[in-house]
Write a protein that binds this ligand. Structure first.
Ligand SMILES: Cc1cc2nc3c(=O)[nH]c(=O)nc-3n(C[C@H](O)[C@H](O)[C@H](O)COP(=O)(O)O)c2cc1C
Length: 184
């Protein structure tokens, strides 16, 4: 799969079926993330790959209302970073930016491997800290729900989620966010 195909294929799908999780897969995902650029090569990103059944069940208790679809995930990746691990240049605070870039590469790698990797912000952060033994100074920026796409749209989804599985949510036209030479 070339890069453009992976960009096109990456989707935050809701209808998931189990995926096989093993060390080789986790190493491939982590390796892709590790090649992201970062300020001074600080590599502030941290990922906790949660797949052991008991801990995965505990972590799923952190899911917010509306994210029940994520109960079908075979693995949840907690994505974290802390400010002290990366550049702070006046009002520019880079740890979350750099971790976001690493996360994007991880999502594309998962796509290439035939997986769904769906990032979410809807979770109870203290529960994630507790279940994953994450020190307080780290911010849990996102959880990534990993599974395989089910060909059939699941019945228990909201109408919005069903629609999203059928068709990618629309994007802004380029001229709303891509400017030539000067802003607007
Ligand atoms: C930071 C972030 C938070 C998100 N939070 C949620 C969430 O809590 N629940 C959910 O179902 N999807 C969540 N999403 C997925 C987006 O809804 C999805 O990426 C967007 O609708 C575009 O769809 P696409 O990724 O399939 O192109 C989140 C995505 C990001 C990047």
């Amino acid at each position: 799969m070339n890069l453009q195909e992976a960009i096109n294929k990456r989707r935050a799908f809701y209808s998931l079926v189990p995926a096989t999780i093993n060390k080789e897969l986790i190493d491939e995902l982590a390796s892709a993330a590790s090649l992201a650029p970062s300020c001074y090569n600080n590599q502030p990103w941290r990922f906790v790959f949660v797949y052991e059944p008991d801990r995965l069940s505990e972590l799923k208790k952190a899911l917010a209302k509306g994210n029940e679809w994520a109960l079908k995930g075979s693995m949840i990746i907690a994505v974290l970073s802390k400010e002290k691990d990366d550049c702070v240049l006046k009002n520019r605070i880079y740890h979350q930016f750099d971790t976001g870039m690493a996360t994007a590469l991880l999502l594309l790698k998962a796509t290439e491997l035939g997986l769904v990797a769906h990032p979410i912000a809807g979770y109870d952060e203290p529960t994630v800290h507790e279940v994953c033994n994450i020190p307080d100074e780290y911010t849990v920026i996102t959880l990534i729900i990993v599974g395989k796409k089910d060909d059939h749209t699941h019945d228990n989804l909201t109408d919005w989620q069903k629609q999203s599985d059928q068709q990618r949510p629309p994007r802004k036209p380029l001229d709303e966010f891509a400017f030539h030479n000067v802003f607007v």
